[in-house]
Write a protein that binds this ligand. Structure first.
Ligand code: ZN
Length: 199
């Protein structure tokens, strides 16, 4: 699956918006990314999952992703591989495998995440699975926003369908504000500020 095809599908589903946005952090950006929208159509999710499955250089017995973001994604990737999917949950801040999900030592696992930003959640899943005796083969993601591979120190490959760079600026430094481009707050679908030429 080509990166351009992945990005087209993300744009088509409004998972990837391009323009001028105020993010929940208050920072401004030229892009807004909401991965859940890319996966909410099962047909599109299936295309993405098949794309990731085709990129895997190893075979696994199981797919595991952290709730909530990666539950659907883990399920779809597992379906593409013909393997089961588990999800982990956080309880009192700690990543856990619950609901009767058990790992046999030596189980080959692909850890998945829908979007890798810092890679922190998937890393906690890797740690947990390794403690339980699993052999974690690598991490697979739909979108990598980290700009690199946050699992390099673990000797683990990050397989991504697409790299998406989201540049952010403080309000005062935003070149799109300077251009007077309309500002949108994603989620609200409301234009906050009408563009007025800023000279
Ligand atoms: Zn701005």
């Amino acid at each position: 699956m080509e990166t351009s095809e992945v990005l087209d599908l993300l744009r088509e589903s409004d998972a990837l918006l391009e323009g001028h946005f105020e993010l929940s952090s208050g920072l401004h950006s030229n892009r807004y990314f909401q991965c859940a929208l890319g996966l909410c159509d099962p047909k599109r999710a299936e295309v993405f999952a098949n794309g990731l499955a085709a990129k895997l250089p190893y075979e696994v017995d199981l797919v595991v992703g952290p709730a909530l973001g990666a539950v659907v994604w883990a399920q779809e990737v597992a379906r593409a591989l013909g393997k089961p999917a588990f999800f982990t949950e956080r309880k009192d801040g700690q990543m856990l495998l619950r609901r009767g999900f058990t790992i046999e030592p030596g189980t080959k696992v692909l850890v998945v995440e829908d979007v890798i930003t810092t890679g922190g959640s998937a890393r906690e899943v890797v740690d947990l699975l390794q403690e339980l005796g699993a052999e974690v083969c690598g991490v697979g993601t739909l979108v990598n926003r980290s700009g690199g591979n946050p699992y390099e120190d673990l000797g683990m490959e990050l397989i991504a369908l697409a790299m998406v760079e989201v540049v952010t600026w403080e309000k005062g430094d935003c070149p799109l504000c300077a251009e007077g481009t309309d500002l949108t707050k994603p989620g609200s679908k409301t234009v906050l500020i009408s563009g007025g030429g800023a000279g």
